[in-house]
Write a protein that binds this ligand. Structure first.
Ligand code: 3PG
Length: 210
């Protein structure tokens, strides 16, 4: 797993931007700004034409740990492994993905939104999950409830989380990082304001560690 230990993970990678990048030329300056600001784990969603090229470009930035998001097919898992992607994340899970995710040589994080989905993914050998869409399916309250019967399972919640509540999630002992699009505001990306993005990253990490 790319998450070696929850305390290490929380300390080193507490916030993970969920990115949808249209322009490949933004990839390197964006990744450099985030890494400089202390955010090293980046989720590049496969929601744009450019996504695969963006992942390859970001992988050239020293210190960046670049994964793919919105992974919905086993073929995408194979393609991502072939380009050297660091990890893959899905917004949900299927039997095919759960099975294939355990066969490939790249960390794969399936998503859950219910206790039964957690139990099913656990049958395939998973103990770390994305919770999606976190704010809609129960948020921090749901994660706290799951830690009762399943204290060993770890989560990265995303979906509807904001600068106002991400620390509520990080305070939970079964949450290792939080993700979301709020970390890189669309207007700053559009304006290619890398200095602002670096500053926002630095603030997000500082608040997470406080
Ligand atoms: C995801 O794929 O994790 C979500 O789209 C991120 O959700 P957010 O845009 O509400 O942060």
């Amino acid at each position: 797993s790319y998450i070696p230990n929850i305390e290490v993970m929380k300390a080193a990678y507490p916030v993970m931007p969920v990115l949808a990048i249209e322009n490949v030329e933004d990839a390197i300056p964006l990744a450099k700004a985030l890494v400089a600001g202390g955010i090293k784990v980046l989720e590049v969603t496969l929601r744009t034409e450019a996504a695969m090229e963006v992942i390859k470009a970001m992988k050239t930035v020293e210190g960046a740990i670049v994964g793919a998001g919105t992974v919905s097919t086993t073929q995408q898992l194979d393609e991502l492994q072939a380009i050297g992607c660091d990890f893959a994340i899905s917004p949900g899970a299927t039997d095919a993905l759960l099975k294939h995710g355990k066969k490939i040589d790249m960390p794969y994080l399936p998503a859950v939104s219910t206790v039964s989905e957690v139990m099913k993914a656990a049958e395939y050998g998973y103990n770390e999950f994305k919770l999606f869409p976190a704010s809609i399916v129960g948020g921090a309250g749901l994660l706290k409830a799951i830690s009762g019967p399943f204290p060993a399972f770890r989560f990265c919640p995303t979906g509807g989380i904001s600068s106002a509540d991400y620390t509520d999630y990080l305070a939970l002992n079964n949450v290792e990082c939080v993700g979301g699009s709020w970390i890189v505001p669309a207007d700053a990306l559009k304006a290619k304001d890398w200095a602002k993005i670096e500053q926002l990253a630095r603030e997000a990490v500082a608040k997470a560690k406080a």
